[in-house]
Design a protein around this ligand. Structure first.
Ligand code: PAF
Length: 283
């Protein structure tokens, strides 16, 4: 497969998009923060099935990191990323510069309510504002027909679906299944922070989550099953659990007691060896 075009300015991006549009091409977009792994490549493969051209952005977005989070340490591996993207037939890699995304006078913020409340927001209060802002800017710049996001960040996916409907953005959002390693650990750029024994511990999360989901499916009480899963994680060496919650699959309204009685999602965030892991599955 041929190498993707690499563009860094909005002017070049716009020129290329117009050229493709003039040729009748359709465009699917996969926004990323780089440090690409098989999970990202699965998003690109899905994007390729949807449109004739695939654009991937690489931008470590400062506005979605809170002070004290790993913005500076976040892995930046552009060369390796581009090689991986070439192997799956990505047509263009857009790598905007930080000052072109956020100029010194930037003063616009986007706050999504509803699905963006609770869960992650209880622990990372400004995260979805940062995501909504950068995704809006990237969608405005790339103007794709489709944009693909992983279900691993389930609440992020729901937030972006809400955002594009509420702001009349002419793009179809596509959710892609979670890619997992051979032990079921959801792939994440942050997994590379683990030492080998940390990785063994990290891999307990999905087992505990799927066991909990099975119990819920078999009629277990939500409070009892999620409490048991919390204890199992702490017993497996996790230092803390931010949440293990059951929420309506669409509205993300949390159900704390009773049984699962409609399509719901089990969502987890927990800390293991200094790394914050998130995962989720259908119930
Ligand atoms: O999921 C991510 O990698 C990021 O939150 C995204 C959507 C690329 C926005 O920076």
């Amino acid at each position: 497969m041929s190498d993707p075009i690499i563009l860094r300015t909005q002017k070049d991006l716009r020129g290329q998009i117009w050229e493709w549009r003039g040729q009748g091409e359709t465009i699917a977009f996969v926004p990323t923060m780089g440090a690409l792994h098989e999970g990202h490549l699965s998003l690109v493969r899905l994007a390729k099935k949807k449109a004739s051209k695939v654009v991937v952005s690489i931008f470590v977005n400062p506005t979605q990191f809170a002070p004290g989070e790993d913005f500076e340490a976040y892995p930046r591996t552009e060369e390796a990323d581009v090689e991986k993207l070439a192997s799956v037939g990505c047509d263009m890699v857009y790598v905007p510069r930080k000052d072109s995304m956020y100029n010194a006078h930037h003063a616009t913020h986007i706050k999504v309510g509803g699905v963006a409340e609770n869960l992650e927001t209880d622990h990372r209060p400004t995260f979805f504002e940062g995501v909504a802002l950068v995704v809006t800017k990237l969608l405005n710049r790339v103007a794709p027909d489709y944009a693909v996001f992983g279900e691993k960040d389930y609440q992020q996916l729901a937030t972006i679906r809400r955002l594009v409907v509420d702001l009349d953005m002419p793009v179809e959002i596509i959710g892609a299944p979670i890619a997992r390693d051979d032990h079921g650990l959801a792939l994440s750029s942050r997994n590379q922070y683990f030492k080998p024994d940390g990785l063994d511990k990290a891999r307990k999360l999905n087992t505990i989550m799927f066991d909990c989901a099975k119990d819920l499916q078999n009629g277990a009480d939500i409070a009892t099953a999620t409490q048991a899963a919390t204890e199992a994680l702490l017993g497996a060496g996790y230092s803390s659990v931010d949440y293990i919650s059951v929420a309506c699959a669409d509205s993300l309204e949390i159900k704390e007691i009773g049984k699962v009685d409609k399509p719901m999602r089990l969502l987890i965030a927990a800390h293991c060896e200094g790394v914050r892991l998130i995962d989720n599955c259908a119930v």
